[in-house]
Design a protein around this ligand. Structure first.
Ligand code: AHM
Ligand code: MG
Length: 336
């Protein structure tokens, strides 16, 4: 069977959007190119001087690794050059980057807003454990007025596309434009992402739960009860479940998407709003998992229905196989 590259696939899929003029396709292509450049650096991280901490802190007060900075720069450059994007919100920047006010040769009347975590799970880089990039794309609400932060603070169900890149034993790009989820594996011999996982579906049931159990004592009671449920023996429901936690959201969710299962980063006594960021991590992953047939909730709402109030907002998240997330809803005592 002939290989289908990401570029070919994107162009083919443009027909799904009859009024599209190719801007979103070009934006996705630009992201794919940046991902390849980042992949090259991530792969040689163990060798290069680039490995290690850059000494700066990001807005969450955490140490940035050099590769975080590098990945951030690559995405910003690709998106600024492409011209389809008017605003970038990045986990690595306190404020967003308004490309409409940049005085470059290119005019940035771009229609799209991109929120991204350029290199998630960066504490794993030194250890040769999988890391990832996450992106989320929104349409600018009104092209005729100056861009405001409110344009960026859109609710997750308004995303027009979202995806992630996993730099693992192989490198994959997985994305959705709201019509299913497709996965592409980078073939290093030709330097192209090739369609390898068409129409990805998450099984409705899984038998793996993924949570940082070191925080057990800080979890709310319903999470403690759910963990005990996962560990209890029951032949009919295939319990006890297996526990798997990499500590890289992209890697943990990539496994969950393929094999089924559940990933939880709930509110804790140290992180009352959870740890993961709504715009850069939770919304894009929730969009992908829902598009694949799964479910994503926070402590109160469907993740994709949360109205953001600031760029770096965090949210608790429970995400994965539909029936497993519904089971957590029962423990929370909430309808689904
Ligand atoms: P980062 O954006 O600083 O890399 O942090 C996000 C990462 C996620 O990839 C992962 O799921 C989580 O943090 C792990 O957190 P913890 O070490 O608290 O379990
Ligand atoms: Mg992150």
């Amino acid at each position: 069977m002939a290989l289908k590259t990401l570029g070919q696939f994107i162009i083919e899929k443009q027909a799904d959007f009859p009024y599209a003029k190719g801007e979103l396709s070009r934006l996705l292509r630009d992201i794919g190119i940046a991902a390849k450049v980042i992949n090259r650096e991530v792969n040689k991280a163990g060798l290069a001087d680039i490995l290690g901490e850059s000494g700066d802190q990001n807005v969450q007060g955490e140490m940035q690794k050099k590769l975080d900075v590098y990945a951030d720069e690559q995405f910003i450059e690709a998106l600024s050059r492409g011209g389809e994007c008017c605003y970038i919100a990045s986990e690595e920047h306190e404020g967003g980057i308004d490309l409409t006010v940049r005085t470059t040769a290119t005019s940035h009347s771009g229609k799209y807003i991109v929120c991204m975590d350029p290199l998630d799970g960066s504490s794993n880089i030194d250890l040769n454990v999988s890391v990832g990039s996450i992106f989320s794309i929104y349409r600018r609400k009104d092209l005729n007025r100056p861009l405001t932060e409110a344009d960026v603070l859109q609710v997750g169900h308004d995303q027009v596309a979202a995806g992630y890149v996993i730099y693992g034993s192989s490198t994959m790009l997985v994305y959705t434009t709201g019509k299913g989820v497709n996965g592409f594996t980078l073939d290093p011999s030709i330097g192209e992402f090739c369609l390898s996982h068409p129409d990805m579906r998450i099984p409705a049931e899984g038998r793996t739960y993924s949570i940082n159990e070191g925080n057990y004592l800080k979890f709310p009671q319903y999470i403690k009860d759910y963990i005990k449920y996962c560990q209890m023996e029951d032949v009919e429901t295939n319990r006890p479940y297996t526990s798997r936690y990499i500590g890289s959201m992209v890697a943990d969710l990539h496994r969950t998407l393929i094999t089924g299962g559940i990933f939880l980063y709930p509110e804790t006594s140290s992180y009352p709003d959870g740890k993961l960021r709504l715009l850069y991590e939770c919304n894009p992953m929730a969009f992908i998992i829902e598009q694949a047939g799964g479910m994503a909730i926070s402590a109160r709402d469907r993740v994709l229905d949360i109205k953001p109030v600031h760029l770096h907002q965090r949210t608790p998240i429970v995400i994965g196989s539909m029936n497993m997330v519904k089971k957590v809803c029962e423990f929370m005592n909430r309808p689904y």
